[in-house]
Design a protein around this ligand. Structure first.
Ligand SMILES: [Mg+2]
Length: 175
C-alpha cells in the first residue's frame, strides 16, 4: 500500500483492485474511522441494483469492526434508496454531486467521524477521488469492474482521461 496522497488532487491515496479486498485493518492503518462507498462500478454493477459478489459480506465485516459506512452517490434518490435497502439500510447521500466537497463532509458527519478520518472508496478519479482529496478525506480507488452501459461514450472518454492522467503521473497500470 503506497501513500500517494500528496502527489496530486486526483491521485488516490490508496489503491485496491476490488472493494472486497479492503480489510478493517487496512482502513485503520490509513487512519480511517468511517467509510464512504460509491455505488456504480464500486459496489454494484453499473446502472443496476445488483451488488457485486462478496459486497454484502464485506459490508457486514466492515460494520462488525465498528466502522460506520455511508453511501455517497451521484445517482438519484429512489435508486440509492433501493440499493441502500439491499445493504441493510445503510445511510446514503444521493445526488451527491461528487466531486463537490460538501457531500463528503456531510457523509463524515452522518458517520460521526472527522473528515480526515473518512475513507472514501470509489472507482472514478475525477469524481470520487478528486472530491475526497479536496474535501480532506482519505481517497481510495478501486478498479472499475465493467464498461458503463448508460452514457457509454461519455464514460469511454472519462476512462481515457483517467488512463492519460495516470500515465502522466507515472502510475500507469499500477492504479
Ligand atoms: Mg462509480
Amino acid at each position: 500500500m503506497k501513500d500517494t496522497r500528496l502527489e496530486s488532487n486526483s491521485t488516490p491515496a490508496f489503491f485496491f483492485d476490488k472493494i472486497t479486498d479492503i480489510t478493517p485493518d487496512d482502513i485503520f492503518s490509513m487512519g480511517g474511522k468511517a467509510v464512504g462507498i460509491d455505488l456504480d462500478n464500486t459496489t454494484v454493477y453499473d446502472s443496476t441494483l445488483q451488488l457485486f459478489p462478496g459486497v454484502a459480506e464485506w459490508l457486514g465485516k466492515i460494520s462488525a469492526a465498528g466502522i460506520p459506512i455511508v453511501i455517497v452517490t451521484n445517482t438519484y434518490n429512489i435508486r440509492a434508496k433501493l440499493i441502500s435497502k439491499k445493504m441493510n439500510g445503510l445511510p446514503y447521500i444521493a445526488n451527491a454531486a461528487k466531486p463537490d466537497t460538501k457531500c463528503y463532509a456531510d457523509a463524515a458527519k452522518i458517520a460521526g467521524a472527522d473528515i480526515s478520518e473518512f475513507v472514501m472508496i470509489g472507482d472514478q478519479l475525477f469524481t470520487d477521488v478528486q472530491g475526497a482529496n479536496n474535501a480532506g478525506a482519505i481517497s481510495v480507488r478501486v478498479r472499475y469492474r465493467t464498461r458503463e452501459i448508460l452514457a457509454a461514450f461519455h464514460f469511454l472518454s472519462i476512462r481515457k482521461k483517467e488512463k492519460l492522467y495516470l500515465i502522466n503521473k507515472g502510475l500507469g497500470d499500477k492504479i
